[in-house]
Design a binder for this molecule. Structure first.
Ligand SMILES: [Zn+2]
Ligand SMILES: [Zn+2]
Length: 87
């Protein structure tokens, strides 16, 4: 048995929400106060399209090592774009 996450208490046959109930869930999520799990102390904004409140603010769930790595990758990509552009 699974119940609609909007809190209406109706059974959903394994789905998270009944049709059209996302808007009720969104109203609930807007009231949720949840702090970012990385410890920065900022409030996480609910993802209203998905109907969830993420644990992290967008981009905060990546360790520093990954951040460094992705910046390097980004540089490589932009360099390649420049090469293509100059041709
Ligand atoms: Zn519902
Ligand atoms: Zn954070």
């Amino acid at each position: 048995m699974s119940f609609c996450e909007c809190g209406c208490g109706k059974e959903t046959n394994g789905r998270r929400l009944l049709n059209g109930h996302l808007k009720f869930l969104v109203e609930k999520l807007k009231l949720v106060k949840k702090l970012c799990a990385c410890g920065c102390g900022n409030e996480v904004k609910p993802n209203l399209k998905k109907g969830i409140v993420p644990d992290f603010i967008h981009g905060h769930n990546k360790p520093m090592l990954n951040k460094h790595h992705s910046e390097e990758t980004k540089n490589k990509i932009s360099r390649r774009e420049k090469e293509l552009f100059n041709r």
